[in-house]
Ligand binder design. Structure first.
Ligand SMILES: [Zn+2]
Length: 99
């Protein structure tokens, strides 16, 4: 059973594809300052997430939290289509990474 409708997946797909195009366009010029280099690093990581989300988008388990397996609310994915965890697990994950 698919958790999201085809229409919802296509909406997310458009969002992700637009973000990927935007990021790739930014990579045309080489970063010049340290800040730009750091920013570029973040953008490359984001692009990798965007690409993996695009690949997983049409799999049945897309939209299920990577940690607890609960459904990630569609509103959360609309705000952040590369989210792989529900908010509760994401907080735990970030807390664990920071400390
Ligand atoms: Zn979770």
């Amino acid at each position: 059973m698919h958790y999201f409708t085809i229409e919802q997946r296509e909406t997310l797909e458009r969002q992700l594809a637009a973000r990927a195009a935007e990021l790739r366009a930014g990579f045309a010029a080489d970063p010049e300052t340290e800040d730009e280099t750091a920013e570029r690093e973040r953008e490359r990581r984001e692009l990798a997430y965007v690409e993996s989300s695009l690949q997983r988008l049409h799999e049945p388990e897309f939209g299920l939290c990577a940690d607890c397996g609960e459904e990630i609310p569609y509103s959360r994915l609309q705000a952040n289509p590369i989210a792989v965890r529900c908010l509760a697990c994401q907080r735990v994950h970030e807390g664990a990474a920071e400390r």
